[in-house]
Design a protein. Sequence first.
Length: 256
Amino acid sequence: MLNLLLKPLYIVGRAWYYRHISINFTQFNHPDMKLMFLLAALIGCHAAFAQCQTYKLTRTGDTINCVDKNNLKQGKWVVHVDPLRGNPGYDEEGEFKDDNKEGIWRRYSTMGDLLAIESYKWGKKNGVCQYYTIAGLEREESWLAMDPKKKYDTIDVPRLDDPNTYDPVVVENSGKSYKHGSWKWYRPGSNTIVRNEIYVLNKLQEPEPKPDAAAADSTAAAKKEEQKKAKPKEVAEYEKKNSGKTRKVRDGRVGY
């Protein structure tokens, strides 16, 4: 009975040992040396598993999908989601920290095609997230997460008239990520940007309006009319008096 209980632990420990310590047994010919290293591997493996009340093992002996004694997800996870109400299923992988997604997460279709690369902090989207179709990159989103321990936080916001200058803005923590930065859409199969939107704390920044050509012509005509009205009385009378006369232009020739 004891052998039946120890055999799975031995197999797991040996796989963990080869995976993480990478020592070649052939250089240790003495049986005691082999036993010593195996025991060390088993102890290390048991210590790692003791932190998880439930977990899974990969083919290479890695521990994934760990739930600790406080029922919090920890470490590397691989999650499968079945199709539901017309939505296709998918698989995603990344890391949890105290039950919150942390760092880079990748999502794949059930056929293995890359669907998304998302960045997380405190369990919320933070930074640049990319989304893909079969043709390639479809769009990029920029998000800003806030520390859940803070009720308010100070965010540096770029000025509209000078994007290189930032003003500190105090923001209330809503518990959600903010759209913050550039959102880009790409032409399928290329890196050509077909649409670009800039957000600052969930607010879409409207681009400066371009001057209308008709309005510009109207403004120029109005200025010309003002210039006419601004002429002195004497100048206006002189131009009116001599408007129909032919002026003789001097060309430097002398007539005899």
